[in-house]
Each structure stands twice: as structure tokens, then as C-alpha cells.
Design a binder for this molecule. Structure first.
Ligand code: NI
Ligand code: MN
Length: 238
């Protein structure tokens, strides 16, 4: 499994020949503005599926375009999937606690403590079901993307039941848990590798990722602070 990070909560998971995008926020992502990656060519990407943790625009920004351009399904909680299906996307609705086996692996939606809304054309929030985390189990490893969430003790259960090889945890604070809580989450989830996400995108979620990585190390966990465009290759399990 290869995980390429595009800043914020956006990642491309590659397993076998498959390319799975989680929370694509590319066109308006401030972390991509200064990179040679921008303007981002959405047509040139390989996209077999788009998984969304919740409706907020910093997670769904390019979902519809990617799904329509590449004829790929949007996999999300029921209301969010329906919302994009109405706009012409292929959609695979799911809900919390459920799993489904896709050609690239098994997707399970797990709880996240957050909200899930998009602004209507008038600017007021339209609520689109529950927010979620994602457990993606493939032949090349198991990934847990926590989505936007507070710390909650059932993360222990996610660790026990699904034994993720790598966990993507938000550390930005303000909208999600901050580094102190993410450190506790990491010890509960017990994935050997943790990729910090959802930080430094906006001034209000600026964090010291080096410090977070050092603190993970003290807990025997390998922190993988990826730069925008950088990949992590998950080592094959012994
Ligand atoms: Ni959010
Ligand atoms: Mn967010």
C-alpha cells in the first residue's frame, strides 16, 4: 500500500492497480497553492473510487468533479452519497458500522465525533447525515482514516477489531482533536505508523508536527509527517 498525501485530509491510496481517493480537497487547498502541483490537473489523476468522511467542503471540494470525470463511485454515508448522486455522480451509500467489499478492498465506516454539512446556495448549512471515519482493508494492508473527530474511547475498539497498520489522525485542534488528544488516540488505535493530517492548512490549525512526531516516538509509534505530494509506502507485514 502506498499513501500519497496532498495536504489537509486528502490522500490517494494505491493498492494493486487501484487508486482510491479519500476526502479530495485539491483545487482550493491552500497547501497546494505554492506547490508546482497547482493548478491541479484533475483529469490526469487515476481515480477508482472517492471515499468521503463527511460533507464539509474541505473534504468534499473536488469529489463531484473526480467522480464524474473518472466515472468513479462516491462512497459515503447515506445522505452525503445521495446528495452527490442527485448531481450525477455514481454513489455507493453506506452507514456507520457497515462494511462492503469493493474490487480494491473492504471499506468500513466507523464513528467520528464531528458534524457534516455543506453550505446551500444561500450560505446556510445543509446537514448531510453523520460524520465518519474509514477503515480500508486491502491485500496490502489496513488503513484507518479518522476523518475530522474529537478523541473518543471507542477508538480503542477500532484498534482492537480492525488492527490498522497505519492511522491518519487529525492534529490541527480547533475543528478536531489537537496533538495532545491525537497522541492518546494513537496509543489507543495501536497502529505502528501514524500520519498526522488536518493541520497547517489554515492559521487556526497551525501545529508543530516535529514535536508531535517526537512524542509518538516516545510511545513506540512511528510518526510519518508527509509533505504535500509525498508518499508513504507501508512495509509488508512480517
Ligand atoms: Ni469537518
Ligand atoms: Mn475538516
Amino acid at each position: 500500500m502506498e499513501i500519497r498525501y496532498y495536504g489537509h485530509a486528502t490522500c490517494e491510496v494505491m493498492t494493486g492497480d487501484h487508486h482510491i481517493w479519500i476526502d479530495p480537497f485539491l483545487s482550493d487547498n491552500p497547501l497546494l497553492q505554492d506547490q508546482s502541483l497547482q493548478p491541479f490537473d484533475l483529469d490526469a489523476l487515476k481515480v477508482d473510487a472517492v471515499i468521503l468522511t463527511h460533507a464539509h467542503s474541505d473534504h468534499t471540494g473536488d469529489a463531484l468533479t473526480l467522480a464524474r470525470t473518472h466515472d468513479a463511485p462516491i462512497i459515503a454515508t447515506f445522505e452525503l452519497a445521495q446528495y452527490f448522486a442527485q448531481q450525477g455522480a455514481k454513489a455507493h451509500p453506506m452507514n456507520l458500522g457497515g462494511s462492503y467489499v469493493f474490487p480494491f478492498g473492504k471499506v468500513r465506516l466507523v464513528p467520528a465525533f464531528h458534524s457534516s454539512s455543506l453550505a446551500s446556495q444561500h450560505g446556510d448549512p445543509v446537514y448531510l447525515g453523520m460524520p465518519a471515519g474509514v477503515v480500508l482493508t486491502t491485500e496490502t494492508g489496513t488503513l484507518y482514516h479518522a476523518g475530522d473527530t474529537a478523541l473518543f474511547t471507542d477508538m480503542k475498539l477500532i484498534g482492537e477489531l480492525y488492527q490498522p497498520d497505519v492511522a491518519l489522525l487529525p492534529i490541527g485542534d480547533n475543528f478536531t482533536m489537537g496533538p495532545e488528544e491525537a497522541l492518546i488516540a494513537a496509543t489507543w488505535v495501536q497502529a505502528p505508523y501514524v500520519i498526522p493530517i488536518h493541520y497547517n492548512t489554515f492559521p487556526v490549525i497551525k501545529q508543530d508536527v516535529t514535536l508531535f512526531t517526537e512524542q509518538l516516538k516516545e510511545q513506540g509509534i512511528t510518526g510519518v509527517p508527509l509533505k504535500v505530494g509525498e508518499s508513504f509506502h507501508l512495509p509488508v507485514r512480517a
